[in-house]
Design a protein around this ligand. Structure first.
Ligand code: SF4
Length: 1024
């Protein structure tokens, strides 16, 4: 342990922030007028990039440097991150005089929150603290109440057609939207009910009824004597603060005195309640900055259309317009790509090139998306491949979709019984097993299936998928640890978590139990491993850093859930998390990312700027997104009814559609005005995913799909240099060699020629089998070697695929067919029922694939049965093993069927389940059949046969479903001497030091093609 004496001194250093304040000499005339403005209300208008926020910071700086008390100044903006950034910038602009009691920059919500929790209210008799509910938490409350409604519909007034929707997440969300919009407009359930008659809205009475009960239940919860908090919705908080100020003169006076000067940025985002609050608090020292063309919060109640008239009505007479837009984009690229992944790679390539060639900092670049979606993981992947550090804004990635959180959620779902362990959920379980918490891959999963199937108890007819699922929660069989490692890890974790959950049902405890017990594939605690990686830095460190941030956020969201929804239950939390598409309202502190490219939604990008910006994903249907929000209950219609006071449904729909178009246009303006130097606009062109009208408007008349570009990374550079080295001549040789040498001497191993597979000489030229060694060969390998010597060699050395379903199926048919030997009276139905019984063990596929494979197997069995009925020979042995020596080789194997002909000679039959039969001519010299015949002649069966006379052999094919009966390929009796010589020769060839690759019909499906020098993708084996 480290003693206090030895503890190194820790010094906290504030991140250096560069202020956006404009130096006094650089202010333009209008900006100067704003900075020096005093004593009357002022409205400042300006487009994106005209320097509104910078002027605001300069104006506050000017006041502070002129001796005004920073505590008397309030700056209001929208969004918590914008407020925090504004705070840092004001502090950076006033390094010597920014000591304040309260933060200078706030949002309206945080201002209202401060007013509601002011001690004056406590002395006025209220001793409870207000806490703000997030949208997700509100949904959870609404869902709880709707669940009660469903249990007893007689106490509700929901119309019949809405009843099926009551249990859905979407309905709760629409209901929340509707209630919030009505609340923001100062309405109450009774007022809305009265309005419903006037505007002939048939769902409003039922909603009002629900809203009344919702308010009553919430109030009841807050009234509990033991409860010391009042939960409040975001839509209510400002209204509640206004009411408090209006009803308490002392409170109002306090804040009017406190904030002598108020600056408001982004005022176009304000709603009626916020304007009212501002009106109550502000005196003449009020400066408002706005740009009505870039309002993005209309769906939350912002009212940009009436902004200017409202301000004039409230007595703001002075107006200054900032005329100069400083974001003069020098370069605009509009690019169309073939897929989302190409689009992500293109942007990553552009940013990496800008960073390496033009020295643009990572933090000076951003990708802006319309909404969270499939682009986020694709971008994260592309940026990781291109070694670009990235910071994904919380709003662009839902917490439940975060790869670091997913396994935790899955484990919690299993423990809570929310995720049934059935093959239908295999995809999610497989993701868990293949993830960092278990560490399985395709091969280990397959090995697991085989191991579990072998261990399966008699009578248990579950397939291997179900066996894995079962063993997640039951004890694992007594097998070698290595065979089941990933499964055991998860099994152990679930066991531990279940134990902990039995002691505490709290969601935070449940998540903590998962987090603190989870281990990675090496048995190391995930939390320790990620922490260490984050400290070590680098690319892996950046990923670990993000993972830790996500976990901290998860805990914070869970803590808030427990605090706000008393008795909410862990299952409700998980359900809520999975239903939330946007990570709502997280207030967790995350690690400082420093230099990283930002990925964010256009709503989050508001008020920010970067040197390079990519506006990605301009697809039809998503950007613009003209789908009506709240289409079932009509929250948008409600807003328009309040705005325009009309009832005509068609008129209302037309107005809200026009409103949506205007909203989307403003969002586009915001996205396109974030870059100061370069703007990249991208979209994907696919059959079912076309670029949007916005993209087409921005793109040149003739635009083609751009091709994928080579990554500007170290491995890609080495690959390029190696390619160049091959064809280099003259001076180029010198250049390439020097470049590779420089890279190699700087630790790039791939640049060292001795590490290039194709260039190194053979490690040995000795024969694979020496004269003293014995070569063991199987009849099938004789055939394989005759086909292609290299393939045989590589397969013998491990280059073989695991057994496919087709191979397992073939073995099953063999086993069932062989049962006719012991009981020739078995009917086809009996054989079929044996096949059916064994099927779940044979086929690991699901759904229609499984049915298809079963039908194939059943047909094969039918064909074989028919052939067997017609067969005149007598069956003597099945699956009979043999072994005989030939020169330096031992030939061994097993024969499917040995029969006796009418003239008492042995006849060999080999059953084939493959779909394609070999030609009749090839069958005549087939080495496998020849060696089987030789086994009889050479008495390979150790006296089991009465004599050594053989009359020929045949292959019977049952796998081709285009033909109704079996296909027979016959081979005449062998010339034993000739075939023995041939096989001895093959054995000699097999023992040599080199092997020939021979192109043949089966090259297409060859498992070792990528190591075959005569195939394009295997050429690197012999060429540099
Ligand atoms: S691809 Fe063809 S030639 Fe190459 S190893 Fe495979 S079978 Fe032989």
């Amino acid at each position: 342990m480290v003693s206090p004496k030895n503890t190194p001194e820790i010094k906290l250093i504030r991140t250096a922030y560069k202020s956006d304040a404009i130096a006094a000499d650089d202010l333009n005339e209008q900006q100067k007028a704003v900075v020096n403005h005093r004593s009357t209300k002022l409205l400042v208008l300006g487009k994106g990039g005209s320097g509104k926020t910078s002027t605001l910071i300069s104006a506050i700086t000017n006041r502070i440097s002129n001796g005004e008390d920073p505590n008397s100044i309030l700056a209001i903006t929208y969004g918590r991150s914008s407020a925090s950034k504004l705070r840092d910038q004001i502090a950076a602009a006033n390094p010597k005089a920014h000591t304040v009691n309260e933060p200078i920059a706030r949002t309206f919500h945080s201002l209202a929150f401060m007013i509601l929790n002011d001690p004056i209210n406590i002395s006025a008799g209220e001793n409870k603290k207000y806490v703000l509910l997030s949208g997700a938490e509100q949904d959870a409350q609404i869902r709880e109440l709707l669940a009660q409604d469903i249990k007893d519909l007689s106490k509700t007034s929901w119309p019949k057609e809405l009843i099926p929707a009551l249990a859905t997440r979407g309905f709760a969300k629409e209901l929340r939207e509707f209630i919030n919009r009505a609340t923001e407009r100062g309405s109450s359930p009774d007022e809305l009910l009265a309005a419903s008659k006037k505007h002939q809205q048939k769902y409003w009475p039922a909603i009002c009824d629900f809203w009344r009960r919702y308010k009553a239940v919430s109030a009841l919860k807050d009234l509990t004597p033991s409860n010391s908090i009042i939960r409040i919705d975001p839509s209510e908080i400002v209204i509640e603060a206004v009411e408090k100020l209006e009803s308490n003169q002392i409170l109002l006076e306090k804040y009017r005195k406190l904030f002598k000067v108020i600056y408001v940025d982004e005022f176009q985002e304000s709603d009626k309640a916020q304007r009212k609050l501002l009106q109550l608090l502000s005196g003449d020292e009020l400066v408002i900055f706005a740009d009505p063309d870039s309002a993005v919060g209309r769906f939350r109640g912002a009212d940009p259309e009436n902004l200017l008239t409202d301000l004039e009505d409230s007595g703001i007479k002075n107006k200054i317009t900032l005329p100069t837009v400083y974001r003069n984009i020098k370069e605009k690229n509009v690019v169309m790509l073939a897929s989302v992944s190409d689009e992500a790679n293109f942007i990553a390539h552009q940013f990496r090139a800008a960073h390496l060639r033009d020295g643009i900092n990572w933090s000076a670049m951003a990708v802006i998306l319309r909404s969270p979606g499939a682009q986020v993981p694709a971008l994260a992947r592309a940026f990781a491949v291109n070694s670009i550090p990235v910071e994904i804004d919380a709003a662009a990635l839902s917490l439940a979709d975060n790869p670091a959180i997913k396994p935790i959620i899955t484990i919690a779902q299993i423990v809570l019984g929310q995720l049934k362990l059935t093959p239908a959920n295999w995809e999610q379980i497989e993701e868990l097993l293949r993830g960092e918490f278990a560490g399985a891959d395709a091969i280990s999963l397959r090995a697991m299936r085989i191991a579990l199937t072998k261990e399966q108890k008699e009578g248990n007819q579950n397939n291997s998928t179900q066996l894995i699922l079962d063993h997640l929660t039951t004890s694992t069989p007594d097998l070698e640890w290595q065979q089941l490692t990933p499964l055991k890890r998860i099994n152990d974790l679930i066991k531990e978590v279940k134990k902990d959950y039995a002691k505490s049902k709290d969601i935070s405890d449940l998540l903590w139990s998962i987090w603190s017990n989870a281990k990675n594939y090496e048995g190391e605690l995930i939390q320790t491993y990620w922490q260490q990686q984050a400290i070590d830095g680098g690319r892996a460190g950046a990923v670990a850093d993000q993972n830790l941030d996500a976990v901290i956020t998860l805990f914070e969201v869970a803590r808030r859930f427990s605090q706000r929804l008393l008795g909410g239950g862990a299952a409700l939390f998980i359900d809520q998390l999975l239903g939330e598409k946007i990570l709502s309202d997280s207030i967790t502190a995350t690690a400082q990312k420093g230099e990283a490219v930002s990925i964010m939604t256009v709503h989050s990008a508001k008020g920010l700027q970067w040197r390079y910006v990519a506006a990605a994903g301009m697809q039809e249907g998503s950007w613009p997104n003209l789908r009506q929000r709240g289409s079932l209950l009509g929250s948008e219609r409600l807003v328009e009814i309040f705005r325009h006071g009309i009832s005509n449904a068609q008129q209302l729909d037309a107005i809200s559609a026009a409103g949506l178009v205007a909203d989307e246009q403003r969002l586009l303006n915001v996205a396109l005005s974030r870059a100061t130097e370069k703007l990249i606009i991208t979209a994907v062109s696919q059959e079912d995913n076309q670029p949007s009208r916005y993209f087409e408007k921005l793109a040149p008349d003739e635009i083609k799909i751009s091709s994928r570009q080579r990554a500007i990374t170290q491995p890609a550079l080495v690959a390029e240099l190696r390619r160049m080295a091959k064809d280099a001549t003259g001076e180029q040789v010198e250049f390439v060699s020097r470049a590779l040498k420089t890279l190699a001497s700087n630790g790039v191993k791939a640049a060292e020629p001795r590490n290039w597979v194709g260039i190194t000489p053979p490690s040995t030229t000795s024969p694979v089998i020496t004269d003293q060694e014995v070569l063991r060969i199987s009849p099938s390998s004789l055939e394989s070697f005759t086909e292609c010597g290299l393939k045989w060699m590589l397969e013998q050395s491990g280059g073989r695929d695991a057994d496919s379903t087709a191979q397992v199926l073939g073995s099953a048919i063999h086993v069932i067919a062989a049962q006719l030997k012991d009981d020739p009276s078995l009917s086809l139905d009996q054989l079929e029922s044996k096949l059916k019984g064994a099927w779940s063990l044979i086929d690991m596929n699901q759904g229609w694939i499984k049915d298809y494979e079963y039908r194939r197997a059943s047909l094969m069995l039918k064909k074989f049965y028919g052939w067997n009925l017609e067969n005149k020979n007598t069956l003597v042995a099945v699956e009979e093993k043999f072994e005989f020596k030939l020169g330096k080789a031992i030939v061994s194997g097993a024969i499917d069927r040995i029969e006796l002909t009418a003239d008492n000679k042995y006849y060999i039959v080999d059953l084939k389940t493959g779909a394609t039969a070999i030609s009749k001519e090839d069958a005549r010299t087939n080495k496998q059949l020849q060696s089987y015949q030789l086994a009889v002649v050479n008495d390979g069966f150790k006296n089991k046969l009465d004599h050594q006379e053989v009359d020929g052999a045949q292959l019977i094919y049952v796998g081709d479903h285009k033909v109704k009966s079996v296909q027979e390929r016959v081979q005449a009796k062998v010339d034993a001497k000739e075939v023995s010589e041939q096989i001895s020769q093959i054995a000699l060839e097999m023992s040599k030091s080199s092997f020939i690759a021979t192109i043949n019909d089966r090259c297409r499906s060859c498992a070792v093609k990528s190591s075959c020098p005569i195939q394009p993708n295997g050429r690197s084996v012999i060429t540099p």
